[in-house]
Design a protein around this ligand. Structure first.
Ligand SMILES: [Zn+2]
Length: 395
């Protein structure tokens, strides 16, 4: 058998797409079950880690199940099979099947869960509904004897500095002059005790993710030839990034709210929940906000964005009713599962691409998207006509 990827490699690729640091504090993302050393050839992707999905993964012979929703969000004291979550964990462990969760970190990624929903609806010119600041950056500035400058840039880059978009080892260098006098007790790389030195140096500037600061400074001290290297660390201003909650997009053809709802229904997998619409069905729609998952805590943001329609899930009576009374955009309420399902195929595609960039044996991995409808609702019945139904008075 050919060599397979390791679970740790696949998790690293997933984390590079959906950084665990982007998850909400209350969330529980990352590897739930599995050994980073175990081989991975088959990856099943699903919204919910329910038993039916675990069974599907086991039957297919998957090595890794990637789900959007966490299995273990609250404190767990037992994984006995007498509890549904324990039964799922036991099934996973028995089958040697790993479980990885990308939840709110996938929601706010670029591209993330709402991008997939927006793209499935044919929306263009996507931007975050509620933008988040870009990941915080530092800049390190150091002064290196000319001959050692390239080696220091290499070391800082290896520690995580100098990445800008699709570029690596980005640095600005300029000529500078350093001067110092070594005191007794010093062990100077250049010069002698008590003598003033003037050295041709290179000023090196590189940006880095703030969370890499300690590693980059450690690399600087190791690679720099001086006993006491001079450096500055500057915290760069927080700027709005491409990541955020929900997306706003343009429906290029435009149409009525009724036509948008029909488009949503055609684009998403069928569920008993179906597609519910609130507001004036004839209202013209061109700009649309979407939010994969539960979205009724975002009405203020949606109204402030001035869009014509809002597509999300789990809209409750009071917030939706009050939002419409306030002149909210038209509301399109989809099944929670269906609204997040389009992300699975995008996640699978991006994962395979990312693995391909990093590993020569990436083509040994096969992905599949679960088509099991894991909405809790199995039937929706309209009910009786309220104009002809007799209201019963209590006895
Ligand atoms: Zn969700």
């Amino acid at each position: 058998m050919t060599e397979a990827l390791r679970l740790g490699d696949v998790v690293a690729a997933l984390d590079s797409l959906y950084d665990p640091r982007w998850a909400q504090d209350w969330d529980a993302v990352g590897l739930v079950v599995g050994d980073p050393d175990q081989p991975v050839r088959r990856v099943l992707l699903a919204v919910d880690p329910v038993q039916a999905v675990v069974d599907e993964a086991v039957t297919w012979g998957a090595d890794l199940l990637v789900t959007h929703h966490p299995l273990l969000l609250r404190g767990v004291h037992s994984v006995a099979t007498t509890h549904p979550k324990g039964r799922a964990v036991t099934s996973l462990v028995r089958a040697g099947l790993a479980l990885h969760v990308a939840h709110t970190n996938a929601d706010v990624a670029d591209p993330g869960v709402s991008d997939s929903l927006a793209t499935a609806l044919g929306l263009t010119e996507l931007r975050p509904l509620q933008p988040l600041p870009a990941d915080p950056l530092d800049k390190v500035v150091t002064f290196v004897p000319e001959a050692a400058a390239e080696a220091v840039v290499d070391a800082l880059a290896a520690a995580g500095a100098g990445r800008l978009g699709a570029y690596e080892r980005c640095a600005v260098t300029s000529a500078s002059t350093g001067t110092f006098t070594p005191l007794p007790g010093a062990d100077p790389a250049v010069g002698a005790i008590g003598r003033r030195e003037v050295v041709a140096e290179t000023r090196v500037e590189m940006v880095l993710p703030r969370h890499r600061r300690a590693a980059v400074l450690a690399a600087l001290r190791t690679a720099h030839p001086y006993e006491e290297p001079a450096y500055d660390v500057l915290e760069l201003a927080d700027l709005p990034g491409r990541r955020g909650v929900g997306r706003i997009g343009t429906w290029p053809a435009g149409g009525s709210l009724r036509e948008l709802a029909a488009r949503v229904a055609a684009a998403l997998p069928a569920t008993p929940h179906g597609v519910r619409v609130g507001g004036d069905l004839d209202r013209p729609v061109r700009s649309v906000a979407v939010l994969g998952g539960a979205g009724d805590d975002m009405f203020e943001t949606v109204r402030a964005a001035g869009v014509d329609a809002y597509v999300t899930a789990d809209l409750r009576h009071h917030p939706a009713s009050e939002a419409l009374e306030h002149g909210a955009p038209g509301l399109v309420d989809v099944s929670h599962w269906a609204g997040e399902w389009p992300w699975l195929a995008d996640c699978a595609r991006l994962l395979v691409e990312r693995l391909g960039e990093r590993h020569p044996v990436a083509d040994t991995v096969e992905t599949r998207v679960s088509r099991l409808v894991t909405d809790p609702w199995v039937e929706a019945i309209a009910g009786a006509d309220p104009t002809t139904t007799t209201a019963r008075s209590p006895h």
